[in-house]
Each structure stands twice: as C-alpha cells, then as structure tokens.
Design a protein around this ligand. Structure first.
Ligand code: IPM
Ligand code: MN
Length: 353
C-alpha cells in the first residue's frame, strides 16, 4: 500500500531523530511491500527563521494532505531567555495541535524489561508498568484567554477553561481505550480547588453508566504525581487536562529509564500526528548522540494507526532486540559501557527487521 507521510523534523535534534525513524519506515516498506511518500515541512524555530511564522500555512496544508504526520521536536534556546519575544517556536506547536484538531495525546508508559536497571526507581516498583496517559491537548490553560500582563507589567495571568464538550470527547476516548485494556480509568484533576476540575468530574461521572464495565476512579493531581512513582502498576488508563498531562508524563518517563524512550500519538478530527514526548535537546544538536527510540516508537504507533499493526509490532520487537543487544545511546548507558550514536541505534533497529 501507499501512504503519504508529512515529515516535520522541527528544531534541535528533530532532524536527526526523524531521520532514523524514516530509515526504519523505509525498511518496513521494503520488507512488507509498502511505499511511504514523504513531504517535508517546516515548524518551530526553523520555520520562524525561514518565513517569520512558526507554523506556516504551507505546513498546515502539507499535514492536511497526508495520511499521518511524523513530528520531531521544536524549541530553541534563543527564545527561552527572552520573555519579550513576540514569536516563539512553541506557538507553532500549539497552533498546529489546535488547527489539526488534535485534542487527545496518547502517551503510553511501559517498561522494556531490559532497561529495568536503568530506571532510578527500584526494579520491584517499576516491573510490570503498563499504562497510557491520555492528555487533553487543545484546551485548558495552554489556550485559555485572557492571557497577559497588567499595564504596569507587575501582574500576569493565564486562564484555564474547558467546555463540557471538550472534556467529554477526550474522556470518551479514554473510556474506550480502557475497554481495550485492563478496564481501569483514572481521572486526574484538582477538583478540591479548581472549577474546571469539578466539570471534568461531573462529565466523567455522567458518562460512567454507559461504561459500567470500567472501574472509574478520581485522583487529585498531587496524589497522582506521588502514586506514579510509588506504585506505577496501579494505573491502566489515566485521562487528564493539558498541563497536568504534560507534567505527569515527563515524570512517568523515569519509569522507562529515559525521556528518550516515550512515544506519543495525537488524535482528533483531522489527520493524526506522532511525536516523541521529549523536546529538542539543543545541547545535542548535530552531535549524533540523541536517543532516536522515542521517535522510532512513535513511528510504530503511526503504523498501528494506519492499520499496519503487524508492521508496528515488528518495529517494537526490533527495538526490543536492539536494547537487548545493548546498542543504546548515552542516556541509557550503564557506567563503563560504550555509548552508541543516534544513527548506530537506528541502523541496528533496521538490521533487526
Ligand atoms: C510537550 C512539550 C510541549 C508542551 C512544549 C514544547 C510546548 O513539552 O509536547 O510535552 O508543553 O506541550
Ligand atoms: Mn512536555
């Protein structure tokens, strides 16, 4: 079969890690008789440099014209310490998510058994971890208005707002996912303080009767932050608002041994987008040292989404083999072990296919 894939490598290590995922996709294409037709487009700081806009219209058109989007990372230190910058790479990412209607970001957190001693947590705590965080992605405090400063600059404000419909569609997706898994859904909120969280609870409670086969629980976000590292095996599906999901999934990545291991899928009304959860790691740019596995695993999720589940599983198995062989980048190295490069890891995954 033939698939149109939009490639948005972005900034920092983005081009390197997307390059490795493309190698893997091409190998899958050869082996299983598919053709992936790529169109590259700009997003983030590189798009600002080239066009002045972090998410140019042309990039949006390329995404809409594709069967799926593979995204690397965005961000550039040139903007991080400049609070007055009027255009920022991150705005591109947010606008892309919003305009592609990507309201749900699925972030699976699982453990490759080979990496169990790479996690800073005890093996008996992390063994068996297998949950998925459904992060709401196009609303909440990331998008709420008003946002700004008082005239004298001494007061700043952001707004967290959710509509019933925005909560319902993402909670529904989480319920459905739980049905395909171990049938436990944890809604993470701060309903003891926030009105938006009380709406989340109300909506989830209202839907519960249609999902009576699912065990539904509510957990305050501060407690969830503790439980994720105290007893990660407790969780099956977590659903939560945008900012809580952002924070909790970086935290959860320590279970898998490295932030460089966690893939994600963003789903919604238009085309689906696949991206690692980590950022652009500017210090590593061009050094061929970044871990490409989160992006390669994101490509595997993309294959699943395109209906190519045998192929997606083949990629995950090849990653597992690479890890077993100890072909890992420096973030996963044990003391005294040689670190492999980004491209060596990608080549090794391809070799296992
Ligand atoms: C992520 C990132 C982004 C986010 C940043 C780069 C805006 O941290 O995808 O998790 O906060 O959503
Ligand atoms: Mn994040």
């Amino acid at each position: 079969m033939e698939f149109k894939i939009a490639l948005l490598p972005g900034d920092g290590i983005g081009p390197e890690i997307v390059g490795e995922a493309v190698k893997v996709l091409n190998r899958i294409g050869e082996k299983f008789g598919h053709r992936f037709l790529y169109t590259r487009a700009l997003v983030g700081a590189c798009a600002i440099d080239a066009t002045g806009d972090p998410y140019p219209d042309e990039t949006h058109a390329v995404c809409l014209d594709s069967d799926a989007v593979l995204f690397g990372a965005i961000g550039d230190p040139r903007y991080d310490n400049d609070p007055s910058a009027s255009v920022r790479p991150e705005q591109g990412l947010l606008r892309m998510r919003k305009s592609l209607g990507l309201f749900a970001n699925l972030r699976p957190v699982s453990l490759f058994e080979t990496l169990i001693d790479r996690s800073p947590l005890k093996p008996e705590i992390v063994r068996g971890t297998d949950f998925i965080c459904v992060r709401e992605l196009t609303s909440g405090i990331y998008f709420g208005r008003p946002q700004g400063r008082s005239e004298d600059g001494n007061r700043a404000y952001d707004t967290c707002a959710y509509t019933r419909e925005e909560v319902e569609r993402v909670v529904r997706m989480a319920f459905e996912l739980a049905r395909e898994r171990r049938r436990r859904l944890t809604v993470v909120d701060k309903a003891n303080v926030l009105e938006t969280s009380r709406l989340w609870r109300e909506v989830a409670q209202g839907m519960a009767p249609s999902y009576s086969d699912i065990t539904l629980e509510f957990m305050f976000v501060d407690n969830a932050a503790m439980q994720i590292v105290r007893q990660p095996t407790h969780f099956d599906v977590i659903v939560t608002e945008n900012l809580f999901g952002d924070v909790l999934t970086d935290e959860a990545s320590v279970i898998s041994g490295s932030l460089g291991m966690l893939p994600s899928a963003s789903l919604g009304s238009e085309v689906a987008l696949f991206e690692p959860i980590h950022g652009s790691y500017p210090q590593a740019t061009g050094k061929n040292i970044a871990n490409p596995l989160a992006t390669i695993l994101s490509a595997a999720m993309m294959l699943d989404h395109l209906g190519l589940t045998v192929e997606g599983t083949a990629v995950r198995n090849a990653v597992d083999r690479t890890l077993k062989e100890g072909v890992v980048t420096e973030d996963l190295c044990l003391p005294g072990q040689r670190a492999f490069s980004t491209s060596e890891v990608g080549d090794n995954v391809c070799g296992g296919l």
